[in-house]
Ligand binder design. Structure first.
Ligand code: SF4
Length: 680
């Protein structure tokens, strides 16, 4: 294996993992934090150890092709010829949509853009979606409904430092992005989480609702806002529309009624309303705990309604935002790897959008496919060929038994990745690609800030960039070579033109401006435009400039507990691991700290199941069984168990999860399903 070789000197770059995109400096094989607005010189344990990814023994360094059931090394030409030939055969035999493409929220903007173009132009398939469907799509859908635009956090994180109060719903940044917590230090914090998480420990008020009842809680607090005289009538009149329809529902959710459904004391609901209302500057933030539900879009809408009633969104020093999780979770959903979108956050079913993007791509708008289907549906309908870039579906998708079966039935599974993930291990062809510090590329962090991650080390010599892979395949599929450039900056310049005039307008962002260190939050519609750190200050993105209240009501989880499965399970992250764990499980320090899955259980629930701390439990749902070591904690609700989702095989939390989809966002209900506990 060729070890990644450092260039001389140091390079300012950003962490390979989450959406905070902490600033770091890489020198040789070491990283150190640098001052950047999101991390102010801090890094979490994942960031500090990230250089270990560069020469991990688990690193893929040559293309692999399955022969007689085993993956064997081969040449790039052979691997790409084989893939292209099989794709042509499959599409000739079964139609264009028989081949699907699956992307990732960790891919750079350039890769996400090029992947969407590759699917729709080189393959002509409508079947493209990505793993961001699993983590941000409900927030995106709710943001579009309310504000006419989805920029997860439409203000810089530094604004939080001047907040007097912050309501954080369904997020645990103390573990998922620890440097973020410094921005909340001076605020009174209200945390909504059925677990007393590390973040909830820091809260002035911790509201611990029954899983899947967040919407009822939001309605109860909204009722208290109105009943206790906190409604911002001036703001409602000037900047919003639709409150009356929302109040028709919320009027029936007095806090005592919400208490009966959620378990959160009516007094605590009123206290939360008062705490937010009396704050001069306040924010409402949501995260995956709010979104990953079969009614996740409605749940986010409910918290947006509360923020609007308090007059927060679009006000200097206050606001509403969603904490994006994946490194390029924001940019990943803007450039066309989503089933229904074109670059610039344009709709694929909009004729003007199709015409604009087709002109940039040099193709006939009529040749572009119609919108496809969402990530889980794409897997579930059984594609004959599947190309996966930057995603470990076998671990990260819901209902893992079914997903794994779908993957095993694909005629041609191709995975481009840095390591032999669980999905890559199932593939017919594995393509080794460069990682963060070995390539240039831009990402858009949780604030909508576009940043440049620079190449700092040479990749192993037989490893290609994803852009080179897409170029190689596109040419073999008959595309002109110039249509699929391999230089990141060239792809970005095309992305700028494709995004011009769209919601996510990057046309004024250039590599030169990013190299000069400018902080450019989209939209940036001209090269002399300073960017838009704070969106919505004057108007929201709907045509009339007003934000929309969206009427929503509580309905509970898709799979409530019953006699057979009397508990509920929820999933989430631990500090040391990231997403499916494909990278972090290869970092020795992180793997040693948290080597396997565990299940958090209330001591009373454990005792009822005949289990004690440290025992091996079977957590059983209608879809599968996880074997996990019991961790008894009195800080979790007695009707709930929690499992981290970073582990494969019999430790995969997604063996349990329910693939019931949100009707709007098509996000699965990862965050709650019915289970029982047994002695393993
Ligand atoms: Fe920062 Fe996130 Fe990286 Fe941790 S994982 S160092 S919080 S970007």
């Amino acid at each position: 294996m060729t070890i990644a070789t450092p260039r001389t000197g140091t390079t300012d770059t950003h962490c390979p993992y989450c959406a905070l995109q902490c600033g770091m400096r890489i020198a040789g094989k070491t990283v150190e934090p640098r001052d950047f607005p999101t991390n102010r010189g801090g890094l979490c344990q994942k960031g500090w150890t990230s250089a270990a990814l560069l020469d991990s023994p688990g690193r893929l360094t040559e293309p692999l092709v399955r022969v007689n059931g085993r993956l064997r090394p081969t040449t790039w030409d052979h691997a790409l010829d084989l893939v292209a030939d099989r794709l042509v055969e499959l599409q000739a035999a079964h139609g264009r949509d028989a081949v699907a493409v699956f992307g990732g929220g960790g891919l750079t903007n350039e890769k996400a853009y090029q992947l969407g173009k590759f699917a729709r132009v080189a393959l002509g398939t409508s079947r493209i979606d990505y793993n961001g469907r699993f983590c941000m799509s409900s927030a995106a859908a709710a943001g579009m409904k309310a504000f006419g635009m989805d920029r997860g956090m439409p203000f810089p994180v530094e604004d939080l430092r001047r907040a007097d109060a912050v309501l954080l719903v369904g997020g645990n940044p103390a573990e998922t992005m620890p440097p973020f917590v410094q921005h909340l230090r001076d605020a009174e914090l209200v945390v909504v989480d059925p677990r007393r998480s590390a973040t909830a420990e820091k809260a002035a008020l911790h509201l611990q609702p029954a899983p899947g009842t967040d919407l009822a809680l939001a309605l109860g607090i909204l009722h208290a806002v109105v009943a206790d005289g906190h409604l911002r009538h001036d703001y409602l009149a000037a900047r919003t529309t639709g409150f009356d329809d929302v109040w028709r529902i919320a009027a029936a959710w007095w806090p005592e009624r919400a208490e009966r459904v959620t378990g959160v004391a009516a007094g605590d609901q009123r206290a939360a309303a008062a705490l937010l209302a009396r704050a001069a500057n306040a924010f409402v933030l949501t995260a995956r705990g709010t979104e990953q539900h079969a009614r996740g879009t409605d749940m986010v809408s409910a918290w947006i309604n509360l923020a609007l009633a308090l007059g927060l969104p679009g006000r200097q020093g206050s606001g509403f935002g969603c904490l994006t999780g994946q490194g390029n979770g924001q940019g990943g959903r803007e450039h066309g790897q989503k089933a229904d979108q074109l670059p610039g956050y344009r709709r694929l079913d909009d004729p003007a959008a199709r015409a604009h993007v087709a002109a940039v791509w040099g193709v006939d708008p009529e040749s572009l496919p119609a919108p496809g289907v969402s990530a889980y549906e794409l897997l579930d309908e059984g594609p004959r060929g599947l190309l996966v870039f930057g995603s470990n579906i076998a671990v990260s998708a819901p209902h893992a038994n079914r997903t794994t079966r779908s993957l095993s039935e694909v005629d041609l599974l191709v995975v481009a990745d840095v390591v032999l993930s669980e999905t890559a291990a199932m593939a017919d062809v594995v393509l080794p690609v460069t990682q963060w510090a070995e390539e240039d590329g831009t990402l858009t962090n949780l604030e909508g800030r576009v940043l440049l991650r620079r190449r700092a080390v040479r990749p192993p010599e037989n490893v290609w960039t994803d852009l080179e892979v897409l170029h190689g395949l596109a040419v073999r599929l008959g595309q002109p070579p110039a249509r699929f450039p391999v230089e990141a900056e060239a792809v970005f310049d095309e992305l700028r033109r494709a995004s011009a005039g769209g919601l996510a307008d990057y046309s004024g962002v250039t590599y030169d401006r990013l190299r000069d260190g400018e902080a450019l939050h989209w939209p940036v519609p001209a090269v002399d435009h300073p960017g838009t750190p704070r969106a919505f200050l004057d108007r929201f993105a709907h045509a009339d400039g007003l934000a929309r209240f969206v009427p929503v009501d509580h309905s509970g989880p898709a799979e409530p507990p019953d006699d057979e499965f009397p508990l509920q399970a929820t999933t989430g992250r631990v500090l040391q691991h990231y997403q499916s764990g494909a990278q972090t499980r290869l970092v020795p320090e992180l793997a040693a700290a948290v080597p396997e899955v565990h299940v958090e259980v209330h001591p009373d629930a454990a005792a009822r199941a005949g289990l004690a701390d440290g025992d091996l439990a079977a957590v059983v749902s209608r879809r599968g069984t996880v074997r996990a070591r019991v961790r008894c904690v009195a800080t979790i609700r007695v009707d709930l168990v929690f499992l981290p989702f970073h582990f494969p095989g019999s430790g995969s939390a997604n063996l349990l999860t329910n693939p019931e989809l949100d009707p709007t966002s098509r996000m699965p209900e990862f965050k709650v399903c019915a289970v029982r506990l047994e002695v393993a």
